[in-house]
Ligand binder design. Structure first.
Ligand code: ATR
Length: 271
């Protein structure tokens, strides 16, 4: 029996177990996906214990993604993002990856949106925005980071710029006025739209040549995505990003193509 799982705190409402277990069923694998909620000061012991127990792979979520970076051997992308969300215990020391990044590019690719050579805007400068900005800066021509707290946008842009070929700029939310109208791609990586039916991007800035990904997936249809659809934009909801980070983790752990449709159906059944 293979054992995979998730460590975070809290993990009670995680959608990863049904999504991964749907894949095991679809491929007739003898495997389980278990959630663990270690004490915040026991993360290192938990990861080392998982390795000792022969657990095959762990996803890592809030608030442990940064802690995990120091416990495993991160690949270059995870090190650049500064966060590990997937650990592969098949090697010693275990390797750490960040599949949130691939989740972004696979979610766009699934909607036939090519990032290559595009102008992109990221709204937000927290942990989620960091994975998004690094991904976009590797593929796009230009990336603008807009955040409520300008200093955080500037700091993120400086980090991303150091390792990527794209032109990376930063500003406050008011800088959206000047850049969304000419952008090809826009990603909301803030939590705005989760609690209330509000959007971080004024609707009149959206247009039909834009592809919009909202990392928020509760609700699946956010105000931003409704406004984007009304403007004729291509919309990609946050469940696609969640799905593909799981798909890429599954593929890393098993070396097999993930049954994307089965995982997607299981995920959407929960939302
Ligand atoms: P995560 O790890 O999920 O990205 P985070 O690191 O706390 O979470 O980041 C949350 C992001 O949402 C930040 O960019 C935050 O903006 P600030 O850096 O100014 O705090 C943004 N955010 C949260 N609430 C917001 C609001 N009401 N309006 C605009 N931005 C908001």
């Amino acid at each position: 029996m293979h054992v995979f799982g998730l460590i975070g705190n809290p993990v009670g409402h995680s959608l990863s177990p049904p999504m991964h277990e749907a894949a095991y069923r679809e491929l007739d694998m003898d495997a389980k996906y278990v959630t663990f909620e270690p004490d915040p000061d026991a993360v290192e012991a938990a990861i080392e214990g998982a390795a000792a127990l022969g657990i095959d792979g762990l996803n890592v979520t809030i608030p442990f993604k940064q802690d995990a970076l120091g416990v495993v051997e991160p690949d270059e992308l995870a090190a650049r993002i500064g966060a590990v969300n997937t650990i592969d215990f098949s090697t010693s020391p275990p390797r750490g990856y960040n599949t949130d990044a691939a989740g972004v590019s696979r979610a766009f690719a699934h909607h036939d949106v090519s990032l290559s050579g595009t102008d992109a805007v990221v709204v937000g400068a927290g942990g989620a925005a960091r994975a998004v900005a690094v991904t976009l800066a590797d593929a796009c021509n230009r990336v603008h980071v807009a955040n409520r707290t300008v200093e955080k946008a500037e700091s993120l842009a400086a980090d991303v710029r150091a390792d990527a070929p794209a032109t990376v700029t930063a500003g406050g939310l008011d800088s959206l006025d000047g850049c969304v109208s000419t952008a090809d791609v826009l990603v909301n990586a803030t939590s705005v739209g989760m609690e209330e039916d509000v959007t971080p991007v004024p609707a009149d800035l959206l247009h039909g040549d834009l592809a919009v990904l909202d990392a928020v997936y509760t609700p699946v249809e956010t105000r931003l995505l409704r406004d984007a659809a009304a403007a004729g934009a291509t919309t990609v909801d946050g469940a696609w990003m969640l799905l593909f980070q799981g798909v890429v983790a599954f593929e890393r752990w098993t070396g097999r193509d993930a049954p994307v449709e089965a995982m997607n159906a299981a995920l959407r059944a929960q939302l």
